[in-house]
Design a protein around this ligand. Structure first.
Ligand SMILES: [Fe+2]
Length: 287
């Protein structure tokens, strides 16, 4: 790309506008030659980041795995990054906005779609970026994420299989509630789920929009892969989260509350009730 060229094509933005926020959508992007995404630049980024924001492990995982069972790869951060073609690993650099040049890249990329987001779900909140490096054939197990997310495939290829976000069997209410109380993003996988997912091929130059909490898993192609994930939240995301927290409390009281509804339903009542309860708890805690 040149300095004047947009990262997302006009066609990609039109596709996103038609799909956002509840439908997965494939988008074209022009980020693959960006100077901040060379191996040398990424090594500098990894060195500049808080070590706790670099997570990595072996890449030869099954689709479903308990996070406690994920094996370490026995290597250091830079060794994992520099030899990703051959060391059978999966790595994520989390919250790249902690480094100014990458914060600028994240903000510039999201600015191109901000008018679309604003029209539909309002203000773009909590802009965060993640860079994923993975070895040939590496698997990201079945999980859900709590943000609006566009994953841009920069080098190599992946297949992302995305599942409906509103299926109680694929991601039970209890899993959502546990997640919001600090649990892991990985979900329990059953082989009979497979037919309910849609597999999306992601060669370099393609991106995919993934709806909030739509379960998915990822399999790397035959070459090492580099992807950039650009994420944001919306008021809807927070209302869904607060409704889940209220439901967790109700469930502990022996009730079986209905799950929050998907967009465009706003989950106002439960969200307001949870905010009022949390405020009252804080007030009581001060006395
Ligand atoms: Fe994900």
């Amino acid at each position: 790309m040149t300095a004047t060229e947009a990262i997302f094509t006009d066609n990609a933005r039109a596709t996103l506008r038609a799909a956002y926020p509840e439908t997965p959508a494939l988008l074209d992007h022009r980020l693959s030659e960006h100077p901040l995404l060379t191996n040398a630049a990424l090594a500098d980024l990894a060195r500049a980041m808080r070590p706790e924001d670099v997570e990595y492990n072996r890449g030869d995982l099954p689709v479903g795995i308990n996070p406690a069972d994920v094996p370490a790869n026995g290597l250091g951060i830079l060794e994992t990054l520099e030899n990703i073609e051959t060391n059978g690993s999966w790595m994520v650099l989390k919250f790249i906005e902690q480094v100014p040049a990458y914060r600028d890249l994240l903000h510039e990329t999201l600015a191109e779609i901000e008018p679309i987001v604003r029209d539909i779900t309002g203000e773009m909140i909590d802009l965060q970026g993640f860079i994923f490096l993975s070895s040939p054939g590496a698997v990201t197990p079945y999980h859900m994420d709590p943000e609006h997310n566009i994953l841009l495939q920069v080098r190599g290829s992946k297949t992302m299989t995305v599942f409906p976000a509103d299926d109680e069997e694929l991601a039970p209410s209890q899993a959502h509630e546990a997640f919001h109380e600090g649990g892991h993003r990985n979900l329990e996988w059953r082989d009979n789920f497979a037919a309910r997912g849609m597999a999306h091929a992601l060669p370099a130059g393609k991106a995919i929009y993934v709806p909030v909490k739509a379960p998915h898993w990822v399999k790397n192609g035959p070459a090492a892969s580099l992807s950039l994930s650009i994420t944001w939240r919306s008021e809807w995301v927070y209302r869904e989260k607060y409704a889940r927290s209220l439901n967790a409390t109700l469930r502990r009281l022996g009730l079986n509350p209905a799950p929050p509804k998907r967009f465009p339903h706003q989950n106002h009542m439960k969200s307001l009730a949870w905010r009022a309860m949390a405020k009252a708890q804080r007030a009581l805690g001060r006395n």
